[in-house]
Structures are given as structure tokens and as C-alpha cells.
Design a protein around this ligand. Sequence first.
Ligand code: ZN
Length: 458
Amino acid sequence: MPATIVRPSPDDLQTATDLLKSLIQVDTSNPPGNERELIELLAWQCTREGLTPTIAGPDHDRPNLVTRLSANPSHRKARPLILSCHLDTVPADPERWTHPPFSAHEEDGYIWGRGAIDMKGFAAMAFTVLRLIKRSRIPINRDIIFAAVSDEETGTDRGSDWLVNERPDLLGTDPEYVINEVGGFTVHQKGERFYPVQVAEKGICWMKLTVKGKAGHSSLPGGENAVALLADAITKISKARLPWHANKPTRRFLEGFAAPAGKFAQRMVPLLSNSIIGPLILPLAIRDPSRRASVEALLRNTATPTRLSSGPSINVIPGEASVMIDGRLAPGQKSKYLVAEVRRALGDPDRDKYQIEIVKESPAVEFSTDTTLYEHIKDVMKVRDPGCHVVPSIIPGFTDSKNYSRLGATCYGFYPLKLSEEVDFASLFHGDDERIPVDGYHWGIETLLHLLSRFLTG
Ligand SMILES: [Zn+2]
């Protein structure tokens, strides 16, 4: 049967924009999150469209919403596809914003607001696509599940992690595909346009490092002050360059960007994968400092000290002090390898000076590109932006995909957005003045609708 392509009308696009603005206008900065108001707003939208919403979660104020558009049993041929978004955002300091971060102010072709990119934009986009596929009555060949989850930004515990553990039935039990962040946006490089599709993400190994010293009155300094010992440890960890771990997802990502750039760039990629030469030639291969830093993060485990804690009072030398360390694992790496690398950086191979406790861990995830959905993405992008390059990418962070992978799903970050050359996606993601171009957003809705209507009826 030939595929049926559904297209949005101008009214549909305006409705999606209005929904995005309503989502931005509810502050769901995490912590504390408080996503319930938005969950209820989306539940109301579902009901209005004749979709049955299920609200579920371990925390009354921070639940998740799941709804399903079922295929007619006579057409259903495959396992479900999930469209997933998280509704929490990172916090925003209004002092540093040009327009208030929860205003959804529209000006000069942009909608401003925390979450516009990450990822209320996709929530409104995915819901719109679901709604239009339902209204079109096209004969879809699998169920589509829309999941709007809480609590992604601080670790996914109440959101997708809980859903996967406690209510996999809501997620179709064994979904075949998940479409989620972070990918599908235009990256401009040397006159070429690239669209990364996220197919891998680094793992996490969050640690608590504790140093013990001698407690005492702080009017009598000297001795082994745990705070001073901790400061020394933090300096060592921050300055350390942990070992190079070349990996296949990063190599494919670099090959994708090098492909149209000529022989010299193509020859650089295998050299970057070499653990001795790679670190030396990286500054030559990638001149832009911020792009270089993000590629480097993919080729090493990283350990970043963040939150500190010590004694309760200014006039007491505490007996111990600790720091949380946000560790990230390159593909193929395990927490114990990173802990050993951190101990080497600290000069504590015998484990007698520092106590390191792993507080949360999850391995890197990687998904195949050898799938019909990936082929459809490539084909559709040829139509939607002729001459562009679709590149399988890896991110240094994590998304809800790490949890969905446990259900056996192939997860892609594909949130299509057409960005002009002056817009740098990375600076908008979690950045001040987060904003989304309206035209590029509408292009994205049309692209996702094109992709899914084609994929689900082809
Ligand atoms: Zn996100």
C-alpha cells in the first residue's frame, strides 16, 4: 500500500504554537518540578481529542501522562512507537533574560521561554502530530503512544524510570521505537547542513567523595582540616584529563560530519580514535573550542565536582567534608573503571585517603541505525531539506531514552527544527534566552508529521 502523507494546515500550526506557549507559561523548573498542572492541561487536550489519558506516578505533584492511539487490529502489523517528551525544565534566572523566561513572548519570529527547545517544543509538536494523525483517520500499522513525563532533568526517577519499572504496560510493554530529544535540528558547517539523529548517549556514574580529617575549634587552625583536604582533591579532579576511550558511536558521528568535507577531514577520524594520537590532534582537527570540548567529552569518561557539603557551623572544623561528582561514562565503560581513573587522578590507588560512594549509575546506551525507521528519517530529510546530511550522533548527557532502552526499544533523538546559521542549538539548550524560531518549528511539525504518516502507513 502506498504511504499516505498528512500535512498540517496553517490553523493546525497556529494551534501547536498556542499549545507550546501555554506549556512555557507554567513554570516547571526542576527542582521542584511541579509538573502536575501541565499534565492536567495535556490530559484535558487528550480528552478533547477523544484520546484517553492515563495519569500515573509515585508523586502526586509530579505525575506522568500516557495516551495511546491504537491501530485498527486488521492493520496492526508491528510493535508500538512512542513519542516521548519531558515536561520539566532546568531553572531560569529572570535577571539574565531579555524577556521573562515564563512569558512565551513572541518577537522577531521567535518564541522566548524556558523549555521552548528543551523540550516543551517537542511536547506540543508530538501532541499535534498525534492529533493530526488521529483526525486524518489514516490506517496506521502500529499503535502510537504519547508519553509526557516528569523529572527528566534531575535523573528521571519519578518519570520515565518509574514508568519503565512500574507501568511498562502503559508504554506498550515491548515498544519497538521511541522518538525523543536530542537531534533533528540543523547544524551548519562549512556551507553544508547536517541533521544529527541521536542514536547513543553516555552513561552516568554519580559519586560522593568524602574526606575525613580532624574535627576541632576553628579558632585553632592546623592539623588535618577536611575542608582543605577536600579542596585539594577537587583541584586534582578538575585538572585531570582522564584516559581517552575511542568508541564506535563517536567515530560514526565524526565520520558523518567529515563525509562531505573532503579527504583530509575523513583521514582525521581514524586518527582521533587512536588513544595516543587522538588527544594530540584534536585541536588541529576541530578548531572551534566549544565543538572541540563537546567532542572531547565523548571520547573520555568525565568527572565534574559539583555540590559541596561539610560542617554545620563557621566556628567548627568539621570531621569530614564531601563533594558530589557528576561522572559520565563513555560507551563501553563501567562505573568501576571511572572510579579507578578518579583515584589515579587523586593519587590514591590504595583507597586509604578518600571514600568514593557511587550514588547512581547507568551505562551508556547505543541504538542501531540499521532499522526501517532510520531509513525513513533519511528519506524524509532528503525531501524536507534537499542536499542535507543525516548523521547518527551521540550526546554527552542522558535523556529518557536510557530507560526506554530497557524495554528493548530502539530510541532516536529526532525533534526536527530548521535553524538558520546564526542560531547555535547548543547555546539555547539550558541557556539563558532560550527561544525557538516559529518558522523552523512549523517546518519541524510538518517534517515529523510527514515522517510518521509515511512510516506508519508505508
Ligand atoms: Zn531535555
